[in-house]
Design a protein around this ligand. Structure first.
Ligand code: HEM
Length: 220
């Protein structure tokens, strides 16, 4: 039994180990900084965000570095979770039944594994967006290396950067709502690491069966 498993309270199971939680919070902190400074660059109405974060020069200097940190943590998520985030036939069934999920009729849902199809969508959305943000961001960061047709490269990069950022904002709002309000007990899992058995059985029944060693047969 690992040290993190020993400290799990009775009636709970480990959902996120320390490495997973640290990676998640580095990604979250970097993303919130990127979002605040990025919005300040985007609109004069939001410039106060950069002023509050040390001024325009500091924000402009640190934004790309925070971007590298964000990408590195998303990449670490990829290394840890990509295999568990693969789409399966059950995920297709999950989307078809999503109306039951949104009306809290979890017993009518196909059994979700460690991640449900919505979480997988969020993961891949963040993964591909952060790749686009990285590539377009690097072009904007070092225009001197793209001088051959820098104006075109720059315009395309601005467009890609803004579109990918906008897409992640949509994902982020849904993620906050789901993690903080919709699924009671989820937030504790990225803080302490554990969830109650009731949470695991309700939201991730196939995963629960897997970790307690039962074979996962479809629910009737
Ligand atoms: C303050 C900001 C954030 C909060 C409060 C938050 C909250 C949470 C919670 C509660 C979970 C556990 C969900 C569960 O297993 O049932 C989670 C998981 C996760 N978070 Fe965050 N998160 C935040 C920021 C981010 C950011 C910026 C990313 C972008 C990379 C991210 C990516 C993920 C991923 C991929 C998972 C695992 C799959 C999932 O549950 O969706 N989170 N987060």
């Amino acid at each position: 039994m690992s040290p993190s498993e020993q400290s799990i309270p009775h009636g709970h199971v480990l959902r996120y180990n320390l490495r997973e939680r640290l990676t998640h919070w580095v990604a979250a902190a970097a993303y919130i900084y990127l979002l605040s400074t990025g919005l300040a660059f985007w609109s004069p109405w939001l410039f106060w965000l950069a002023a509050a974060l040390g001024g325009a020069q500091v924000s402009r200097m640190l934004h790309p570095w925070a971007g590298l940190l964000f990408f590195a943590s998303v990449w670490n998520m990829y290394v840890m979770w990509a295999r568990q985030m693969k789409y399966t036939d059950d995920d297709r069934k999950w989307w078809k039944a999503v109306k039951y999920y949104s009306t809290n009729q979890d017993d009518k849902m196909p059994p979700a594994g460690r991640y449900n199809a919505g979480q997988k969508f969020l993961f891949w959305g963040f993964f591909w967006s952060s790749l686009l943000l990285l590539l377009s961001g690097i072009i904007m960061w070092s225009p001197q290396y793209f001088a051959w047709h820098s104006l075109i490269a720059m315009r395309i990069s601005v467009l890609i950067h803004a579109s990918a950022a906008l897409f992640t904002m949509g994902l982020f709002m849904i993620h906050l709502y789901m993690g903080l309000f919709a699924e009671r007990g989820a937030f504790g899992s990225v803080i302490r690491g554990d969830v109650s058995i009731a949470f695991a059985k309700r939201y991730h029944p196939a995963w629960y069966k897997e970790i307690v060693g039962e074979s996962s047969s479809p629910r009737k």
